[in-house]
Structure formats: C-alpha cells, structure tokens
Design a binder for this molecule. Structure first.
Ligand SMILES: [Zn+2]
Length: 92
C-alpha cells in the first residue's frame, strides 16, 4: 500500500470512528438506567477510542497480539478491531 493510499485509508477510518463515537455517546445517553445495555455500549466506546488513539500514534492496523498487519478487509468492516483474523480465531 502506498503512503498516500494508507494516509487516505487512515483518515477514512478515523472519520468513521469519530462518527461511531458520536453515535455511541448518543445511544449511551438514551440507555440511561439500563445498565446491561450501557455496559455493552461502554465497551464499544472504549474500543472506538482506542482505535482512534492507535491511528494517532501510528500503530493502527497492527495486530496487538502477533504484531502482524491486520487484514485490510477486516479493518474496513470493523475499524475498532485490534487483532488479526488468526489471533482472533485463537482467542475464540
Ligand atoms: Zn495476530
């Protein structure tokens, strides 16, 4: 992947994650009083924030377990993912 394509991919992901973050904050506000739903939303919110942080520090797209590049399609489908397909499969 060229640097330009990568930059564009990262900024697309970042924008998507920021949108997701806004949606999750909204859902969290609407889920007031529903603890189990809030817990689930908080987990997603945390994953979203961590993904944005990984973009900012330049480790986005690297598996946190084996350090290999995460499949591009996987990242596109789920930008909050932090490990590659095979590590994720091993984790169950
Ligand atoms: Zn891995």
């Amino acid at each position: 992947m060229s640097a330009l394509v990568k930059d564009r991919f990262l900024s697309d992901c970042r924008r998507e994650l920021l949108q997701l973050h806004a949606v999750l904050m909204q859902e969290l506000a609407e889920a007031a009083g529903k603890e189990s739903q809030q817990g689930h939303l908080l987990v997603e919110l945390r994953a979203c924030e961590e993904a944005i942080k990984r973009i900012d520090i330049g480790s986005f797209g690297r598996c946190k377990i084996c350090g290999e590049a995460i499949e591009l399609n996987r990242l596109k489908a789920e930008p909050t993912t932090s490990c590659c397909l095979s590590c994720s499969a091993k984790q169950g």
